[in-house]
Design a protein around this ligand. Sequence first.
Ligand SMILES: [Zn+2]
Length: 42
Amino acid sequence: MLNALEFFKNLPDKKCSKCGNTIQEQADCYGNLCEECDDPAR
Ligand SMILES: [Zn+2]
């Protein structure tokens, strides 16, 4: 049985659909935007 770390290492990098930056957080509620693009101040 693979442990959780192995599982997450095998996941593909999530990329921002706007700027293409790699999203490191597991924040599904933010959709496919990175922190910068999701900033409401911009
Ligand atoms: Zn972005």
